[in-house]
Design a protein around this ligand. Structure first.
Ligand code: HSE
Length: 309
């Protein structure tokens, strides 16, 4: 059995507009890398973290990667020790599922080194514990697509029931990360706790439409369904120029656009790579016009989830 392993896990776009906490997809880049080595004594050591500007803790009781692995070891009643190196290849607090990518890479790597006691989908509850540490809420709409790849629906949290659905072949994502930080915890605290029946009807119509559009590869239906009355009206205030950036994506030919996860990144879906590139340039320009520097990512939907490097 291997003693050390290096794993990549992808960034993710949670919510996908109308699917707050229940829908997400993975992209090919960016993503994070984790190297894990077996120790010959118990306990987890985080030996190195790069790319985090010193922001992440090396305390194994508080780091999302080690917390998830510790939960897994608890479940197995295992005393196996590990050394962890975490290489962040994407910005923190960006709405790209940064903590989820690391956590998923970590639990996947540990499971491999332990001889795969768990099936891939069974790793999800452990990875969700990492989300609880990261932002106080164990939502699955980043960790599930990071773990399974593709588009994932969280049908239910109790009991946990997630479904991977097929990705339309021509779909591309454009993601713009403006250089501002929004903490998920803060972005969750601005949300309203209650929803009117009127808004609930709009939202579940759009969720059903979006899932149907994905299943049918109906790009127009996907676009028509990408509306959110639950989070966008409140979270948009945390992203300067949000509505201008979104409009620039639609004007450039995107099927739809919205806030990526809890923001501040903004994403759009398009039905070709060419349009996705054009959309990304338009969104980037819209942020630049407000003097906000940004990074551009254009990617096909990632179907694989974590991979051994
Ligand atoms: N569904 C979560 C949210 C994703 O929007 O708060 C953020 O990680």
């Amino acid at each position: 059995m291997e003693k050390s392993i290096k794993v990549f896990a992808p960034a993710t776009v949670a919510n996908v507009t109308c699917g707050f906490d229940v829908l997400g997809f993975a992209v090919n880049s960016p993503g994070d890398e984790v190297i894990i080595r077996k120790r010959n004594k118990p306990g987890i050591l985080i030996t190195k973290i790069t790319g985090d500007e010193g922001k992440l803790t090396k305390n194994p009781e508080e780091n999302t990667v080690s917390v998830s692995i510790l939960k897994m070891l608890d479940k197995l009643d295992s005393q196996q020790g590990f050394e962890i190196e975490l290489h962040k290849k994407m910005p923190l607090g960006s709405g790209l599922g940064s903590s989820s990518a690391s956590t998923v890479a970590g639990v996947f790597a540990a499971n491999e080194l332990l001889g795969q006691p768990f099936k891939q989908q069974e790793l999800l509850p452990f990875a969700m514990e990492g989300e609880r540490v990261a932002c106080g809420s164990a939502h699955a709409d980043n960790v599930a697509p990071a773990l399974l790849g593709g588009f994932v629906v969280v049908r239910s949290y109790t009991p946990l029931d997630v479904v991977k659905i097929p990705t339309p072949p021509k779909l591309f994502a454009s993601i713009i990360h403006p250089h501002i930080e929004v903490r998920t915890k803060d972005a969750r605290s601005v949300l309203r706790k209650d929803l009117s029946l009127h808004d609930a009807i709009k939202q579940w119509g759009n969720v059903a439409g979006l899932v149907s559009g994905l299943l049918l590869s109906d790009y127009s239906l996907i676009g028509r369904s990408m509306h959110d009355v639950v989070a966008e009206p409140y979270r948009s205030a945390l992203i300067p120029g949000y509505y201008e950036v979104k409009q620039s994506a639609l004007d450039a030919g995107a099927l739809g656009a919205g806030i990526s996860g809890s923001g501040p990144s903004v994403f759009a879906l398009s039905d070709s790579e060419k349009t996705a590139n054009k959309v990304a340039q338009a969104m980037s320009k819209a942020f630049h016009e407000l003097d906000i520097d940004n990074d551009i990512f254009v990617s096909k939907i990632n179907e694989k989830g974590p991979v051994i490097l």
